[in-house]
Design a protein around this ligand. Sequence first.
Ligand code: SAM
Ligand code: DTB
Ligand code: SF4
Length: 333
Amino acid sequence: MNRPQLTRARVAALFELPFNDLLFQAATVHRQHFDPNAVQLSQLLSIKTGACPEDCSYCPQSARFKTGLKRERLMPVEKVLEAAKAARDGGATRYCMGAAWRSPRDKDVEQLIKMVEGVRALGLETCVTAGMLSDNQAQQLSEAGLDYYNHNLDTAPENYGNIITTRTYADRLNTLRAVRESGMKVCSGGIVGMGEERKHRVGLLVELANMPVPPESVPINMLVKVPGTPLADTPDLDPIEFVRTVAVARILMPTSHVRLSAGREQMTDELQALCFFAGANSIFCGEKLLTTDNPGNRDAALFEKLGLHPEPRSCPAHPAPAADSTPPGSPTA
Ligand code: SAM
Ligand code: DTB
Ligand code: SF4
């Protein structure tokens, strides 16, 4: 049965709610589907860095911009597995391997498959982000046991051409369709703070939530302004508007993990706390994202201060019981 499609007007009305009403609604939805104090931990590794032919104007890895980034060829499988083991020992439950490609060649997919098999054998969930995939490549990765494929829509369709010209929104949707049809879980979100208007944040979330099956994982990235990229001097987005974006994502995709993704290094504890209250329930852990810094060890203190704990790895054979929606300490608990 087809779900009713969300309209932009309805989603814009959520953005316009008084902040407290929006956060209460988002936190209520969050508690109905998840332990509100559990945060899923993913760790990134850049397995092929820089020299990318694409022109994504936010990205330090595009060959078109002088960002001083050192290019690195595809890492050997053993090195990837060494780093994955360290991530697992540091508490990550999902390992996300990122490659600066427009799309992988078939021989690259062979290497990706070896990495996926090795990372799975360490007991980690697996995620890859490597650009556009053909149906056949998606099928091969799915058969190898890849759990998630990340491919972001990045922004609303009508703003897309201001950010990237070397591939289209339709190309992105086509890769996401191939990933979904292959049986893998979809990780797709976007970037805010790129100088877009609120209507573009609305448009991005409507596209994600209206997919035939919404992404299981929704990264909301705050633009990391890297010197040398065309977006380096973009004015800061109001942090309250960022929290609103997270809250609306939570309300529109109640059973998805909403990841507070890039940009945490530049955020205060207070801003991150508001994002967790608004329903963000996943982060990237570790010292690095792909090429830029991430809070690393400082997260332990933040979790302690906020009473957060890492979400246990989900086991397909033993799904977690439905979360108790009653807050601990409430009169009915
Ligand atoms: N090359 C592949 C692709 O673009 O699909 C995979 C890697 S790419 C770096 C993955 C995602 O990282 C992008 O889609 C974008 O959303 C995010 N990203 C890249 N640079 C960023 C930045 N400076 N700030 C925030 N997010 C960024
Ligand atoms: C996503 O949405 N954000 C991650 C992951 N998916 C691949 C990447 C963030 C990259 C930030 C810039 C960098 O470190 O190069
Ligand atoms: Fe290349 Fe991906 Fe960066 Fe775009 S976002 S320039 S495709 S690495």
